[in-house]
Ligand binder design. Structure first.
Ligand SMILES: NC(=O)c1ccc[n+]([C@@H]2O[C@H](COP(=O)([O-])OP(=O)(O)OC[C@H]3O[C@@H](n4cnc5c(N)ncnc54)[C@H](OP(=O)(O)O)[C@@H]3O)[C@@H](O)[C@H]2O)c1
Length: 272
């Protein structure tokens, strides 16, 4: 199970397993700083999700997901102190429609990642930070994360009754002094809480929030070599990001497996 290294060019074939685990992302941030990274899988026509039969909702297209990419998704989770996600994820989880319970996966094939976390002195599972203004976060879904710290960041118009209910369910609530949660506030909060690596797995709005404040450090982007079409879809970022954000290619691998042909790219965001 190998991939071809296109950049850097000298490396040629490399095993898929360990490709991202070897990055040691948990050791990259300087003292008192935090490394934030995001990860997406997209089709060549840029879709990360398609609308479902309920036209207001979207899901990752079944035509692009695959276990080889999922292995890398898990390796990125293994290196995280905390995962940043959206309230929507928990709404999907409560309906049984989420792709998975937040990793690191408990399946046998990811047991090496749980062992790796232990040997690196990391907690058994990353904690979770949720961005939400509505605070429509089903308590039944939060209960699935027992043993993990759950932090919820919300804007200044949050309803006090919802805050109280989520606190009663065990979550820690952080109210911002702005209508929306900002990327800079998320980063400051995570640093204050002692975290060193944060893995962002939400969609285009949370991504925009982090990019607009230039607090995202790395972007991992898998491009499945397929066109899938569709009229209702998300791409990796939506809305204004305050001018262009330049990316530097750090690595690019080609998965030549016939049934999962895809490119695995890693970019650094250049901080202006
Ligand atoms: N292919 C992939 O790799 C990939 C990866 C991730 C997601 N996806 C897909 O992308 C689609 C969209 O995902 P998503 O809904 O998680 O993404 P999202 O657009 O990032 O998040 C939406 C929700 O997050 C909250 N939110 C976002 N920014 C906020 C801010 N600045 N302040 C306060 N709250 C904020 C809001 O929650 P409230 O409504 O509660 O206020 C908002 O409705 C889904 O279909 C998902 O499956 C695909």
């Amino acid at each position: 199970m190998t991939v071809l290294s296109l950049y850097p060019t000298a490396e040629e074939e490399r095993p898929l397993q360990g490709l991202y685990l070897g990055l040691n992302l948990h050791r990259q941030a300087a003292d008192g700083d935090l490394l934030i990274y995001s990860n997406y899988i997209a089709s060549v026509d840029g879709r990360i999700s398609l609308t479902t039969e309920h036209s207001s909702e979207t899901q990752v297209p079944a035509d692009i997901i695959n276990r080889r990419d999922w292995r890398l998704y898990q390796e990125l989770a293994a290196q995280a102190d905390v995962m940043i996600t959206s309230a929507r994820y928990f709404r999907q989880l409560a309906k049984g429609e989420a792709q998975d319970l937040l990793p690191v996966g408990q399946e046998d094939e990811y047991a090496d990642l749980l062992d790796w976390r232990e040997s690196e002195g990391l907690k058994a599972q990353p904690d979770v930070l949720i961005l939400s203004n509505s605070l429509d976060i089903p308590e039944s879904a939060l209960k699935l994360l027992q043993g993990r710290r759950v932090l919820i960041c919300t804007g200044k118009h949050a309803e006090p009754e919802k805050i109280a209910a989520l606190q009663a369910a065990g979550a820690e609530l952080f109210e911002m002094d702005t209508p929306d949660v900002s990327g800079a506030a998320v980063k400051d909060l995570l640093i204050a809480q002692g975290y060193r690596t944060a893995y962002m797995i939400a969609g285009p709005q949370v991504h925009r929030t982090l990019i607009a404040d230039r607090v995202l450090d790395r972007l991992f982007l898998t491009t499945r070599l397929r066109l899938i079409g569709g009229t209702g879809f998300d791409t990796i970022v939506s809305g204004e990001i305050g001018g262009v954000a330049d990316l530097q290619l750090l690595s690019l691998y080609l998965d030549r497996n016939d049934s999962t042909s895809q490119l695995f790219a890693q970019y650094a965001l250049q901080q202006q």
